[in-house]
Design a protein around this ligand. Structure first.
Ligand SMILES: Cc1cc2nc3c(=O)[nH]c(=O)nc-3n(C[C@H](O)[C@H](O)[C@H](O)COP(=O)(O)OP(=O)(O)OC[C@H]3O[C@@H](n4cnc5c(N)ncnc54)[C@H](O)[C@@H]3O)c2cc1C
Length: 506
């Protein structure tokens, strides 16, 4: 009889297990795959050393994952974002530094500035623990992100950049996702600038040795006998005095409580007895994972850096939505990481890896205007859409109406079963940091039910490490007017001028 059985050895399940193990409880983690780490996956090969084909980037304010990494002795390095980035919007390519590509049209500039400022302001009002409790939740949740963007912007360039922001952050098209859920994630990630930037933002750092190292060290800490790989859970049964969890091989384990750290979309593969309550059962049918193929293309040298480019690019019409330099911190294995996302991923998943590689290289050659991109040394990719135990990535998304109708059921325990996983976080939801928060929260819930507390309970849920740098983008001047305000002011000035003119003539 275990105290707690945890389903899933991703960061969230292992963070929960570590906390419970530290308290002296007898835990068992059941993991479906032959490895820990879930949506973080580091490949090792002499061809490229190591490379992350899953979650990888961390940045300031993600203090739970940074603190955990520090405790486990996993170091970070800064991603190269110091040189020029490229934006390819509707086929027009511009270089820039910071968050937003240059907009030379003054109306477009005011419009973009106002859109980011307004989205941040709206997001700031969302309760991170319960976005469905926002005073305007129903209206915001009844529209898609695309509709919200349409209502807000004047310029085509702003519309395209904001749609691309949604695609790169959520791996879906802006018409698929609720405006409320986008604002909630902006709130959870401390604003658009923090989410979008490299320096000072969520892409500032990577882990030396790869992000999966975090889960591997957590598993070592908990004990390999307590983390069972190749054990997909197929049934969870609640009994009078505990839970009974059965894996695909037919082995059954008994515990007092269970924590499910399996992504909600994948919970549909597990049989629950008694069945999940109505709202939970319907919620797990409404949290589809995003669509993404992560690619890493290796070259003989980092020739793009020699020509002043960081390797960071964004493109709304080209093959790769977002790219970033992936050369190792010591300069070895020069590479570019690129995400193929949403509709592009759905179209290109029908191609062969060779065809995708060719398309990715052609895309880089075209936007960077460097033919050397056509001659890769190596190419690796992972199509997360076809991954049995993730079903897509980076995380679940919420279509219109889901948060307001089913949100209450997200973290609600069901009998002796508690729920973790990054989607259930209230800070950096969808990210590795959120996975830690959600895992520790579920562990605390169980501890309380066992009449137990963690010795450092007061400290644990709060950040443990001070972030490295602050955001350094000069963007977002707060004083610039919106296009609406400018037109309003222009209208008033025109009316006053006409009034003065006619008055002086009469
Ligand atoms: C391509 C990609 C890029 C990303 N980029 C970033 C990034 O740069 N920064 C960032 O912070 N985050 C990023 N993420 C997201 C990040 O990886 C996730 O938020 C985080 O790893 C989720 O952790 P988790 O423990 O909540 O879920 P998971 O990692 O999904 O863990 C769930 C575990 O449950 C297991 N499981 C599933 N079904 C069963 C079953 N029936 N029985 C037992 N076990 C089961 C799975 O195998 C898995 O190990 C990215 C993800 C991807 C895929």
């Amino acid at each position: 009889m275990y105290d707690v059985i945890i389903l899933g050895a991703g960061i969230s399940g292992l963070a929960a297990a570590r906390l419970l193990h530290q308290t002296g409880l007898n835990v068992l983690v059941l993991e479906a795959r032959d490895r820990v780490g879930g949506r973080t996956h580091t490949l090792h090969d002499p061809r490229f050393g190591y490379t992350d084909v899953g979650g990888a980037y961390v940045g300031p304010t993600q203090n739970r994952i940074l603190g955990l990494a520090e405790e486990l002795g996993v170091e970070t390095y800064r991603v190269d974002g110091f040189l020029y980035s490229l934006a390819d919007i509707q086929g027009s390519v511009r270089r820039f530094s910071g968050l937003v590509p240059p907009i030379y049209n003054p109306i477009g500039l005011l419009d973009m500035n106002n859109a980011i400022r307004t989205l941040d302001k709206m997001a700031d009002e969302i309760p991170p623990e319960a976005p469905w409790k926002h005073s305007n939740a129903e209206q915001l949740d009844s529209m898609t992100a695309k509709e919200l963007i349409e209502r807000m912007v004047w310029a085509e360039s702003t519309r395209r950049l904001l749609n691309l922001f949604v695609t790169t952050v959520f791996c879906v098209e802006a018409h698929e996702i609720s405006a409320l859920s986008v604002l909630w994630v902006i709130k959870c990630g401390h604003g658009i600038e923090r989410i979008g930037n490299i320096a000072g933002g969520a892409q500032e750092r990577k882990f030396i040795g790869g992000a999966q190292t975090i889960s591997e060290r957590l598993a070592d800490l908990i004990g390999s006998d307590r983390v069972r790989l190749r054990s997909p859970v197929v049934t969870v049964e609640e009994e009078a005095d505990g839970v009974s969890v059965t894996s695909e091989g037919g082995e059954t384990f008994k515990g007092q409580f269970a924590i499910s750290a399996v992504p909600h979309a994948i919970l549909q593969k597990i049989h629950f007895h008694p069945p999940l309550p109505a709202l939970k059962s319907q919620l797990i049918q409404r949290m589809p994972m995003g669509s993404v193929i992560k690619t890493v293309t290796f070259y003989q040298s980092a020739f793009w850096k020699e020509r002043g480019f960081s390797g960071c690019s964004m493109s709304d019409t080209g093959t790769v939505d977002y790219s970033i330099d992936d050369t190792k911190p010591d300069g070895s294995h020069p590479a570019i990481m690129g995400f193929i996302q949403a509709d592009k991923a759905r179209t290109m998943c029908l191609d062969t890896p060779e065809q995708r590689m060719e398309s990715v290289c052609k895309h880089y050659a075209q936007i960077f205007k460097m033919k050397e991109f056509l001659d890769p040394k190596d190419y690796i990719e992972k199509n997360w859409m076809e991954d049995t135990y993730s079903g897509g990535c980076y995380a679940s998304t919420f279509g219109p109406g889901v948060l307001t109708s089913f949100g209450e059921a997200l973290r609600q325990p069901v009998g002796r079963i508690h729920f973790a996983g990054t989607e259930l976080a209230s800070e950096w939801a969808g990210y590795m940091d959120g996975a830690v928060q959600a895992g520790e929260r579920a562990a605390h819930e169980v501890l309380h039910r066992l009449g137990n507390t963690h010795p450092n309970e007061q400290e644990l849920p709060s950040p443990t490490v001070a972030p490295s740098t602050s955001s350094d983008s000069p963007w977002l001047p707060g004083v610039l007017p919106s296009v609406d305000a400018l037109l309003g002011f222009g209208g008033i000035a025109l009316a006053a001028g006409l009034a003065w003119f006619f008055q002086s003539k009469l």
